[in-house]
Design a protein around this ligand. Sequence first.
Ligand code: DO4
Ligand code: MG
Length: 251
Amino acid sequence: MGPLLERSDLHDELRGLSTAGLAQHSMDSVRLLTPVEGQEVWAAGVTYLRSKEARIVESEFSANAYDRVYDAVRPEIFFKSLPEKVVSPGESVGIRKDARWNVPEPELAMVINSLGSLVGFTIGNDMSSRDIEGENLLYLPQAKIYTGSCAVGPWIVVGADEEEARRWSIHLEIQRGGKNVFRGETAVDQIKRKFNELIEYLFRSQEFPNGAVLFTGAGIVPDDSFTLEAGDSVRITVSGIGTLENSVSVV
Ligand code: DO4
Ligand code: MG
């Protein structure tokens, strides 16, 4: 496992200012905050075949758009969260009170510096209201951006490149009342687009002085009958990184 970054170290690292080196702490002496300090969080979408298929089923209205973007030259990339709104490990992610079909989206997240270079990986939860997104694609920001909709952590692994990350797997486990109600798995290598392609589009005509975090899309989608409930616990594990765990509450 890679070294742990303190948030202030991260901020300087991504702006290219770090002179202090990386501090290390024992895990039982700290409460982990999200490693996102001053970085906007963005997300790529429909990068896995499973994501495309699930969205076509959920939305007759927008099926054609999902189908087309999967094969299009330009990827889908959308704004996900301001840094100060990102949920830390162990805190609650939100499900909207006006939505009836809510799911976590377990995603590998790239940490990118201000020059557009990939410097590390972490785990993201792109919480989504599937009924709102499915009703009309123009509702995507409401389905994706609300209180508690974005969790990132537990830390950043540095030193791995795309080739290594593509050997990792992603697991999602959802517990309710101590029992497992969903378990799913996918492989990072199922991501259709090259990581640099996603980064290049994010940085087109846009500057990120503090760097940015970019989610790479979801390849695990629970069955259509599944929706999250308040009190559930969501555990996302990426084999090369660790586990991001959050409880769920209504917002
Ligand atoms: O097109 C809607 C969102 C896609 C997404 O978040 C994903 O594929 O992970
Ligand atoms: Mg997503």
